[in-house]
Design a binder for this molecule. Structure first.
Ligand SMILES: Nc1ncnc2c1ncn2[C@@H]1O[C@H](COP(=O)(O)OP(=O)(O)OP(=O)(O)O)[C@@H](O)[C@H]1O
Ligand SMILES: [Mg+2]
Length: 192
């Protein structure tokens, strides 16, 4: 079970370090439920929150829309540094929510007063949508304001299913999704 735990904690931890500007770092907790072979991981920071981070490179009209953007593959709030070669591919949160989905599990992200929850019971369990609103989900607005970002994910990795194979499947959906989005984008900006 070490690989998925390492993967999730490093992606979420990297996000705290790269995007949150949290003065208190990040808090992580995890528990293993032996009978159900389920790992629950939570990470929270008290930084600027998803909407403020995404606002650097995208416009939106609600916190829910900002969360949607953050969960969409290929969308990053990071602006590339001039002369730098840091590549924020906008992949982390898509991979995290997809790991939850592929293993039939729960994922939740809460920032500001808004929460997006991926439901355990999915209408299309075998397909990974690039648009998080196409997944069976619930958005709740007007919650008590959390100044920062909190994320929860459950993972059940079947011993027979290699985690590497699972990541490969998600990687394929990521590439297809990002390519499709670029095509749409260029369609929009093409002048006729
Ligand atoms: N803890 C956080 N605090 C503030 N903003 C965040 C946090 N985590 C993610 N975000 C915002 O959500 C965006 C998407 O995150 P995601 O991990 O999917 O991509 P990325 O970090 O930009 O790129 P990659 O993970 O591929 O390096 C980030 O660019 C950032 O704007
Ligand atoms: Mg990231």
């Amino acid at each position: 079970m070490a690989d998925p735990i390492r993967y999730v904690i490093s992606e979420l931890g990297r996000n705290v370090l790269e995007h949150s500007q949290s003065q208190v770092g990040g808090f992580v907790c995890a528990q293993y439920f032996r009978d159900k072979k389920r790992i629950a991981i939570g990470m929270a920071d008290a930084g600027i929150g998803i909407p403020s981070a995404i606002r650097r490179s995208h416009t939106f009209t609600s916190e829910a829309e900002a969360l949607k953007l953050a969960l969409t593959p290929g969308i990053s709030g990071a602006t590339p540094k001039i002369g730098g070669n840091d590549t924020n591919a906008g992949a982390g949160l898509f991979f995290i929510r997809s790991i939850a989905k592929v293993s039939g599990n729960f994922f939740v992200i809460y920032s500001g007063g808004t929460q997006y929850k991926l439901l355990r019971r999915q209408d299309n369990p075998n397909f990974l949508f690039t648009d998080p609103l196409m997944e069976s989900h619930r958005v709740v607005n007007d919650l008590p304001k959390w100044q920062g970002t909190a994320i929860g994910i459950d993972i059940t990795v079947d011993d027979k299913v290699e985690f590497a194979a699972l990541l490969e499947r998600i990687r394929n959906s990521y590439s297809i999704g990002v390519k499709a989005r670029r095509k749409d984008y260029y369609k929009k900006v093409r002048f006729t």
